[in-house]
Design a protein around this ligand. Structure first.
Ligand code: IMP
Ligand code: MG
Length: 196
């Protein structure tokens, strides 16, 4: 039994029992986030603008917390909420802003959008254009997970944690119908717990 599997079995939460397989362990994520943090520091260190980590609610919160702890740069944080998923495991195809970014200093801000996962690419492609139009000094994206095989629009993140295959994943912030966000790893659900 590897460490990830051990964690899954030992978790005192019933949610972990719904997971068929751990795809990425907590330790692997922490290590990879460290690498991303070093890349981000190098790119922003001499920018002269305010670096704003813009988390996309709710899926990004765990990744965002880990990233901001590991960044050795002054950062501010903000959040937006958008919906592109109507629930379940299929994309609805359009992006709606549910909570907007309200800052009057946006032209002084380097915005780094922090996302849990890129699937069709619609959410981030829309948000990057939206924030540029709002007048941000710069807009870049970092995603923990990326499913490139699912792209509907042409979109590449500036920083990515892990490329994963076309499987529906939960944990580390990601949900299925609002469940499983608190699992400390990224895993694949047993088929009986995610009906497509
Ligand atoms: P996109 O606009 O299709 O790229 O969708 C991105 C959003 O879809 C993410 O922010 C997630 O909320 C959701 N999503 C896509 N794939 C998954 C998954 O495997 N598990 C959980 N949420 C997902
Ligand atoms: Mg989601």
């Amino acid at each position: 039994m590897d460490n990830a599997e051990k964690t899954r079995r030992e978790l005192p939460t019933a949610a972990a029992l719904d997971v068929a397989r751990v795809l990425i362990s907590e330790d692997e994520i922490a290590e990879r986030v460290g690498v991303l943090a070093r890349l981000i520091e190098a790119d922003y260190r001499s920018s002269g603008k305010k670096l704003v980590l813009l988390g996309i609610l709710k899926g990004s919160v765990v990744f965002m917390a880990e990233l901001m702890k590991q960044l050795r740069l002054p950062v501010e944080i903000d959040f937006m909420k958008v919906s592109s998923y109507g629930g379940g495991t299929t994309s609805s195809g359009s992006v709606t802003i549910l909570l907007d970014l309200k800052r009057n200093d946006i032209s002084d801000c380097d915005i780094l959008i922090v996302e849990d996962i890129i699937d069709s690419g619609r959410t981030l492609s829309y948000l990057v254009d939206y924030l540029k139009l709002k007048g941000a000094a710069s807009v870049k994206t970092v995603t923990l997970l990326d499913k490139p095989s699912r792209r509907v629009v042409d979109f590449e993140p500036d920083y990515r944690g892990f490329e994963i295959p076309d499987e529906f994943v939960v944990g580390y912030g990601l949900d299925y119908d609002e469940k499983y966000r608190a699992l400390p790893f990224v895993g694949v659900l047993k088929p009986e717990f995610c009906e497509k």
